[in-house]
Design a protein around this ligand. Structure first.
Ligand code: BEZ
Length: 210
């Protein structure tokens, strides 16, 4: 069965462009994003890796370590990284796993045989400080990901881990959030002493908690 939300993110030790990494040690007590690429020297992946390098400071700000994966050896990743610099205007600044034996891809079910029996799909796993999977998204090889959206989901995950709130459709950091249904009005009075805006008894908005 494939990995589900709340499952422990399987630990592994792998060779990367920044040396040998053991996932759980690499993440420490912070958050992580593990994401796969179908193959080296492919156009969409090249643009994605450049984009993640450009957003690295945003991930750092959120205490998130990023870790890419492609099912080719690290020696190829190193050659490919020059193309990323040449075309995307920024050098790879995070580790990329060389998963040529597909160990990590298998652990995380990143190969979907009915899509392609050797290359990975574009998987994204957000891993919490407790090493549990908090979010997973799967894109086909032909669709480049929106990493601003991944950052948005991390903002939501980090906020909702700390407060009894959920985030509404298209929410962005700083906007109103929703009091979760499990919190009664009576309890909400204590948690949100400044009150809330109710559009329905179950749809209660409050400003984003600090
Ligand atoms: C790409 O990264 O451009 C790509 C990889 C595999 C299939 C299709 C596109």
């Amino acid at each position: 069965m494939s990995l589900q939300l709340g499952d422990e993110a399987p630990n592994f030790t792998a060779d990367t462009t920044e040396g040998i990494i053991t996932l759980h040690d690499y993440l420490g007590d912070g958050w992580g994003v593990l994401f796969s690429h179908p193959k080296d020297f492919t156009p969409v992946c090249t643009t994605e890796l450049g984009e993640v390098a450009k957003l690295k400071a945003e991930f750092d700000k959120r205490n998130v370590k990023v870790l890419g994966l492609s099912v080719d050896p690290v020696t190829d990743h190193v050659k490919w990284s020059q193309d990323i610099t040449d075309t995307q205007g920024i050098a790879l600044n995070f580790p990329l796993i060389g998963d040529d034996n597909r160990t990590v891809a298998s652990l995380y079910d990143m190969i979907h045989p009915n899509a392609n029996d050797t290359l990975t799909v574009r998987s994204v796993f957000v891993i919490g400080p407790d090493k549990k999977i908090k979010l997973s998204i799967t894109y086909p090889a032909s669709t480049g990901r929106n990493f601003e959206e991944i950052l948005r989901t991390i903002d939501s995950l980090q906020l909702t881990a700390a407060h009894s709130v959920a985030t509404p459709v298209n929410w962005r950091h700083g906007e109103e959030v929703i009091i979760v249904p499990a919190v009664s009005d009576e309890d909400a009075k204590e948690k949100f002493p400044n009150g809330w805006r109710a559009e329905k008894p179950y749809l209660r908005y409050v400003p984003q908690p600090e």
